[in-house]
Write a protein of this length. Structure first.
Length: 268
């Protein structure tokens, strides 16, 4: 039982950390710690052993500080707050985003729409304007219309409401991104790296529809492909899952990261 619990816990943590900025840091931290422990054990260095024991509490605090974004993401996903009440409502609200993206794409109007899940986005965005109105394709089109005073920036969608508009999302810090990517796409990637939100982007230059999730940008999608992807990510059955079902979910999430996304993409 202990081995099974540890295996599932470690696997889940590695799945969440994979592809994030904290992955390289935690790898270096573990390599350093294992190397020191091995050397101290074989050479029986008593002073270093005492120092490691004395500073173990400080190491725990250092881990909390260094990996605060990743730990927050893990705890939020463990809570697994439901986005909508029923599967039917989830699909209906997804359809609002898909229809808005399709209309904006046809009109070559740039857009940036973040769908909030379990992690609150208000503390991650800057210069936001409270809107708190019903999420409809018409309202989203109105917000992003070029002559609108709040068309710059992104919107945050919470359930069936548009919570905030004119939001400034954090830009991605990835160094190997294509130079052709504009600010909207970099902002979508940056927000998806910090939380579990799905960020839909419509390019103003080409009208191409893309979405960012878990630090991966999926580009040049049709409305049907966007609908399929959002349903796969956001629609969750309401009944409880068995431990075996949770293991299947973890395996499917890991496998999805291994597969190439449909259409050109930029990976973290």
């Amino acid at each position: 039982m202990e081995i099974a619990i540890l295996a599932v816990g470690i696997y889940y943590i590695l799945t969440l950390l994979r592809g994030t900025r904290g992955a390289a840091v935690i790898t270096g931290f573990l390599v350093l710690l294992l190397t020191l422990t091995t050397v101290i054990t074989f050479l029986k260095l008593e002073v270093l052993t005492w120092i490691l024991g004395a500073f173990s509490a400080f190491f725990a605090v250092a881990v909390l500080v260094l990996f605060q974004p990743e730990l927050r993401r893990i705890l939020a996903q463990l809570g697994n707050l439901q986005l909508f009440n029923t599967t039917q409502e989830q699909r209906e609200h997804i359809e609002v985003v898909v229809q808005a993206a399709e209309r904006l794409s046809e009109a070559r109007i740039g857009a940036l729409m973040a769908i909030e899940q379990s992690i609150q986005l208000h503390e991650l965005v800057e210069s936001s304007l409270t809107v708190d109105c019903a999420a409809t394709p018409e309202m989203l089109e109105t917000i992003f219309f070029p002559n609108n005073a709040i068309h710059d920036g992104g919107v945050v969608i919470k359930g069936d409401r548009i919570a905030w508009a004119a939001c400034i999302f954090p830009l991605s810090r990835q160094q190997d991104l294509r130079k052709s990517l504009g600010t909207r796409h970099r902002a979508a990637l940056g927000l998806s790296e910090e939380c579990d939100a799905v960020v839909v982007v419509v390019s103003e230059e080409t009208g191409a529809i893309s979405y960012a999730y878990e630090g991966v940008l999926h580009r040049s999608l049709s409305a049907a492909k966007l609908r399929e992807a959002l349903n796969q990510i956001l629609v969750r059955p309401q009944q409880g899952r068995s431990p075996l079902a949770w293991l299947k979910v973890f395996a499917r999430q890991w496998g999805r990261k291994e597969l190439e996304p449909s259409g050109p993409s930029d990976k973290a």
